[in-house]
Design a protein around this ligand. Structure first.
Ligand code: PLP
Length: 440
C-alpha cells in the first residue's frame, strides 16, 4: 500500500448510518454501487451518501443531513436544484407526451436559443449525453476530413467513448481496441510547441484536435493567455477540425461558453450538462459546411431514440430563457468571487499549500504547493490531505465532488449567506487538516 493510500485509510470518515447501509446493499447489485465511477468514494474513502432531495443550493440525505452543494450534479445544476420554471416546463412536457420519435417545436426552440447564444454553432444535433456529443463530433470530423487520427490533451476528460479514453490517466480503459487508441495522440495541455510538433509530424493525418477550453478534470486549469487562439491557428493552417468540448464550460462560464470568454471560434462544439437544466442532454454543432455531412443529408451516421426528446428540450429552453437575463451571470460571478475572496486571505495567513483555481463558477480547491497548469502538475496534488478535508467538510455540511481533481460548481441559487458559511466551514476544516500530522 502506498503512503498516500495508508494516509487515506487513516482518515476518520464521515458516517451517515442509512447511507452506509444502502451503499452496502447497492454494491451487491450495481458494480461499485454507482452508475458512474466518478460518484464512488474510492478516492476519499468511506461510504457514498444517498440523497433524497435537492432544492436551490442544498442537498438533503436519507439521514436528515443538509449540505451546501458544490457538486452541482457534476455540472448540470447551474440554476441549483428544482428551479420552479424548469420543473414546470418539464412537467408540462411529460404530460403532453415525453417522447414522439418525430420532430416537435421544443427541438426547434432550443436549437434557436443555442445557435443564438453560441454564434460558431450554425447547426446543431441534440443527443443524450456529453459522451455521445463527443463521440459523434469526432466521427463527424473524421468523415468530413477523411482522416483518422485525433489529438487530445493529457488530463482532459471527454466522456467514455473509445477514441477519447486515453485522456484521464494516460492509459486507455481495458476493453478499448489497440487500433482505436493508436489513432488518439496525446499532448500536454497549455504547451503549444508540443501540439505544433504533433501536427507537423502527422502531415495530412489529423482529423481533429479536441480540447476542453478550460480543463475541469485535473483541477480547474484555464488556458494560458493566447493559447486557444494559437491552437485554432494551427488547426486552420493544417485543415484540422478544432473541437471545443464545452460539455462542462458551455452555458456555465458564460452564456456563450468558454469560446465567448476567450474570443475563439472552434469548428465544432460539444455541449451537455448545464444545457438541459437537469435533464439528460448532449449536443454538438458548428460550421454548417461540416454539419451538413451528417445523415440523412450527408454520409456520417448518428442517431438516437431519445435524442432531442420534448422533456429534455423543455428543460433546456427554460434554462436558457432564464439565463438570457444577465443578472444570473452577474450573481454567479459575485458569489463565486466572494468564496475565493473569503478563503484566499485565510490560506495566505496560515501559509497552507492550497491553490484556489477558478473560471467563473467552476473551481477547484487544490492541496498542492504550486498552481496546476497541466496534467503533470496535477500529480503533485496531496490526495490524502484532500480525503481528510473531504470528510471534515461532509461533517460540517458541505458537499464537494469526491475527487481531488474534478471541478466543483457554484449555482445561481447560492446566496451570499451560503458562501459566508462555506468560507467559515472550509477554513475550520483546513485548520484541522493542517494541524493533523497523519502524513509526513
Ligand atoms: C468536458 C467533458 N466532456 C464530456 C463529458 C462526458 O459527459 P457525460 O458524462 O454527460 O457523458 C464530461 C463529463 O464529465 C466532461 O466533463
Amino acid at each position: 500500500m502506498t503512503s498516500q493510500a495508508q494516509a487515506i485509510n487513516s482518515v476518520e470518515v464521515f458516517n451517515a448510518p442509512k447511507s452506509q447501509a444502502f451503499s452496502r446493499e447497492i454494491e451487491k447489485l450495481i458494480p461499485g454501487g454507482v452508475d458512474s465511477p466518478f460518484r464512488s468514494f474510492k478516492e476519499v474513502g468511506g461510504h457514498t451518501i444517498f440523497f433524497n432531495r435537492g432544492e436551490g443550493s442544498k442537498l438533503y440525505d436519507l439521514d436528515g443531513n443538509t449540505y451546501i452543494d458544490y457538486l452541482g450534479a457534476w455540472g448540470p445544476a447551474i440554476l441549483g436544484y428544482c428551479h420552479p420554471a424548469v420543473v414546470e416546463a418539464c412537467q408540462s412536457a411529460v404530460a403532453a407526451g415525453p417522447v414522439f420519435g418525430a420532430p416537435h417545436l421544443n427541438e426547434l426552440r432550443l436549437a434557436q436559443l443555442l445557435t443564438e447564444a453560441v454564434p460558431s454553432v450554425e447547426m446543431v444535433r441534440f443527443v443524450n449525453s456529453g459522451t455521445e456529443a463527443v463521440m459523434s463530433a469526432v466521427r463527424l470530423a473524421r468523415g468530413f476530413t477523411g482522416r483518422e487520427r485525433i489529438v487530445m490533451f493529457e488530463g482532459c476528460y471527454h466522456g467514455h467513448s473509445d477514441s477519447v479514453l486515453a485522456s484521464r490517466s494516460h492509459s486507455s480503459s481495458a476493453g478499448v481496441p489497440q487500433g482505436i487508441s493508436d489513432n488518439t495522440l496525446l499532448v500536454p495541455y497549455n504547451d503549444l510547441a508540443a501540439l505544433k510538433h504533433c501536427i507537423d509530424s502527422n502531415p495530412d493525418g489529423i482529423a481533429a484536435v479536441i480540447i476542453e477550453p478550460v480543463a475541469g478534470s485535473m483541477g480547474v486549469v484555464p488556458p494560458a493567455e493566447g493559447y486557444l487562439q494559437a491552437v485554432s491557428g494551427l488547426c486552420t493552417a493544417s485543415g484540422v477540425v478544432l473541437i471545443f468540448d464545452e460539455v462542462l464550460t458551455g452555458i456555465r462560464v458564460a452564456r456563450g461558453g468558454a469560446q465567448s470568454l476567450y474570443g475563439v471560434k472552434p469548428d465544432l462544439t460539444c455541449f451537455g450538462k448545464a444545457l438541459g437544466g437537469g435533464m439528460a442532454i448532449g449536443a454538438y454543432g458548428g460550421r454548417r459546411e461540416i454539419m451538413e455531412h451528417l445523415e440523412p443529408i450527408g454520409k456520417v451516421y448518428q442517431a438516437g431514440t431519445f435524442s432531442g426528446n420534448p422533456v429534455t428540450m423543455a428543460g433546456g429552453i427554460a434554462t436558457l430563457e432564464l439565463l438570457s437575463d444577465s443578472t444570473f451571470y452577474e450573481h454567479l460571478e459575485a458569489v463565486s468571487r466572494r468564496l475565493f475572496e473569503g478563503l484566499q486571505p485565510e490560506i495566505d495567513r496560515h501559509g497552507w499549500p492550497v491553490q484556489l483555481q477558478r473560471v467563473g463558477s467552476m473551481f477547484s480547491l487544490i492541496i498542492a504547493d504550486r498552481p496546476v497548469l497541466n496534467y503533470r502538475d496535477s500529480l503533485r496534488i496531496d490526495s490524502a490531505r484532500f480525503a481528510h478535508l473531504y470528510h471534515e467538510l461532509l461533517r460540517s455540511g458541505i458537499y464537494l465532488p469526491p475527487s481531488a481533481v474534478d471541478a466543483a460548481a457554484i449555482s445561481c441559487a447560492h446566496s451570499f449567506d451560503d458562501i459566508d458559511q462555506s468560507v467559515e466551514k472550509v477554513s475550520i476544516a483546513l485548520k484541522k487538516v493542517f494541524a493533523d500530522k497523519f502524513i509526513s
